[in-house]
Design a protein around this ligand. Structure first.
Ligand code: AMP
Ligand code: FE
Ligand code: FE
Ligand code: ZN
Length: 278
């Protein structure tokens, strides 16, 4: 089966977190891009699915549940993708509520730091529809003319350890994995090439993940080779996705990276089985 004809993007963000496309828009975009299926993986929220599930059904477009969890290991930020769980799971939604509370508190703490620096940013300047993140503050700074680009906002104010950065108090990788296992989801190490600490990477490779995001963003096949080899050796699922954020990451198109048909089918079967359980 040709890759070109059966591509699935398993990593993208909507307005429910820090993307700029609505759930409906991202499904329309996926259809226009010739993708055969999608998972929406907003940061720590599944809010997009309230709109995305009925819309995908109406369009006859395959959509499977997904989320990108923020977590911490050895004080480093680690992103974990989960797929195929039942969206109604009570323990999942409790976990997400804690993330929402944590993110809102952190967001207001960063806003306060910006104000203390003399930048008069208010909540009206940084509208977010779902859960807040640093990109919303960055966009607010662009809109106010404080900086020219989102990148500049991160470089000057919001990037890790910059003046207005506030540390994330996310749950540990192990706690996150435990939750994903409990809800019978599929746990995937997100964008491993972005993990800079080698000990973190080694630890993750020895934990109970089901797969690795071997293809990512605009990275070329040779950049994916290392992760494909590692994943194959572990007999893990090899996934891929663009990490599309719309205008918040303008260089990345939906479908820029992809998952193969057989892997999507495995995840889809898991999703269908979990849907019948509740
Ligand atoms: P948060 O989850 O609130 O800590 O924000 C992290 C998100 O900000 C990431 O998922 C990216 O979408 C975005 N981000 C992080 N660093 C940068 C950067 N240097 N430039 C642009 N966006 C970034
Ligand atoms: Fe993001
Ligand atoms: Fe990520
Ligand atoms: Zn992402």
């Amino acid at each position: 089966m040709s890759d070109e004809l059966f591509r699935y993007d398993l990593h993208c963000h909507t307005t429910a977190s820090d993307g700029t496309a609505s759930p409906e828009e991202i499904i329309d975009l996926a259809l226009q891009s010739g993708l055969k299926g999608l998972s929406i993986t907003d940061h720590d929220t599944i809010l997009a699915y309230e709109k995305a599930v009925p819309y995908a059904e109406q369009k006859g477009f395959p959509l499977i549940s997904g989320i990108e969890f923020s977590s911490i290991h050895l004080k480093e930020s680690v992103h974990i993708l989960a797929y195929g769980f039942n969206l109604q799971e009570a323990s999942l939604n409790q976990f997400i509520d804690l993330h929402k509370k944590r993110r809102e508190e952190r967001f207001f703490a960063m806003l306060k730091k910006l104000n203390e620096k003399g930048i008069p940013l208010t909540l009206e300047d940084v509208p977010f529809q779902g859960i807040p993140g640093r990109p919303h503050l960055a966009q607010g700074l662009v809109n106010k003319g404080v900086v020219k680009t989102i990148k500049e906002a991160f470089d000057r104010f919001l990037g890790d350890q910059r003046d207005c950065y506030v540390e994330s108090l996310a749950p540990s990788v192990q706690e996150t994995l435990d939750l994903i296992k409990k809800i019978n989801g599929v746990a995937i190490i997100a964008h491993p090439q972005l993990i800079r600490n080698n000990q973190v990477l080694l630890d993750l490779l020895n934990m109970d993940f089901d797969g690795i995001e071997a293809r990512y963003a605009n990275f070329n096949p040779s950049q994916s080779l290392r992760w494909l080899k590692i994943g194959k050796r572990k007999n893990w699922l090899l996934t891929g996705g663009s990490d599309f954020h719309g205008a918040n990451k303008p260089s990345i198109q939906l479908g820029a990276s992809f998952t193969e048909h057989n892997v999507f089918e495995i995840l889809r079967m898991r999703y269908d089985a979990n849907k019948k359980m509740l």
